[in-house]
Ligand binder design. Structure first.
Ligand code: URA
Length: 261
């Protein structure tokens, strides 16, 4: 099937790294890796960049099992500053022992779209900002492809605000402990659409254990807000052909809620 694409759409796809197979100079996908059928969350996490060493604060073993304490009280009524401070000081689970920085969120606090990822990786932990590693660079390309960037039109946050040691998957108890922060961010932003990127975002927002492949392509609901499910950018880096599906997911999101009038 040939998609009728105009020059602008072609430019958008090029921005995302989606290659077209229409005889206009793009290579066929034969040399690309086979896409996995399900999104493998563990390996979808960004790995530590070469030359960077993780030095967790002394005398606090990062690999100790998580201990769960109470989430700071009153999160559900906090304003932005209080919420950011509560996250920065949170010691509700063991992830606080290994973090360099908490990773709160970034972007337009009145955004139409909210993008939800999983948890900070090495780069994010160092910078205190979500999606600044390789997956973040792809996400930036995806945002440019739909005409916005991380400061305009979207707000980006993770389910988990502290880096799990070694980029392991977050434990269910850690997710449960951190979720009130994301819930409050959503309540404050009041996005008109949420893009759930990857399986931990899906689990948290939709309460679903279904694989991404079964959930994408239709609109879900979180507390009355339309949710579009898509692959995590780190997964897309390893499964290049699925970028075309991510592009379709962005188009579905744009159909539901345009980023500009
Ligand atoms: N992966 C995520 O889910 N979030 C980040 O901030 C970085 C990588």
């Amino acid at each position: 099937m040939t998609l009728p694409l105009d020059d602008r759409q072609r430019a958008m796809l090029a921005e995302m790294g989606v290659r077209l197979f229409d005889g206009q100079g793009a290579a066929p996908p034969a040399a690309l890796p086979r896409p996995a059928t399900a999104e493998p969350a563990a390996s979808a996490r960004p790995s530590r960049p070469a030359g960077m060493t993780a030095t967790p604060p002394a005398a606090r073993p990062a690999e100790a099992p998580p201990t769960i304490a109470d989430c700071p009280a009153g999160v559900d009524t906090m304003a932005w500053d209080a919420l950011e401070q509560a996250v920065a000081g949170c010691q509700a689970c063991g992830l606080c022992r290994g973090r360099r920085n908490t990773v709160f969120g970034v972007g337009d606090r009145q955004a139409r779209w909210m993008l939800v990822g999983e948890a900070p990786g090495e780069h994010e932990d160092l910078r205190g900002e979500p999606f600044v590693g390789a997956a973040g660079q792809l996400l930036d390309h995806m945002l440019r492809a739909v005409g916005c960037d991380r400061e305009h039109g979207v707000y980006i946050a993770n389910v988990i605000k502290c880096r799990p040691p070694g980029n392991r998957n977050p434990e269910p108890a850690e997710v449960a402990q951190c979720e009130p922060f994301l819930r409050r961010q959503i309540a404050l932003v009041q996005p008109r659409l949420i893009l759930a990127m990857g399986r931990f975002a899906v689990q948290s927002l939709l309460g679903s254990q279904e694989p991404i492949g079964r959930l994408r392509g239709r609109v879900h609901d979180h507390a009355g807000i339309p949710v579009v499910v898509t692959y995590h950018p780190a997964y897309l880096l390893r499964n290049l052909p699925d970028k075309a599906k991510a592009w379709a997911d962005l188009c579905l999101a744009l159909d539901q809620v345009p980023l500009a009038d």
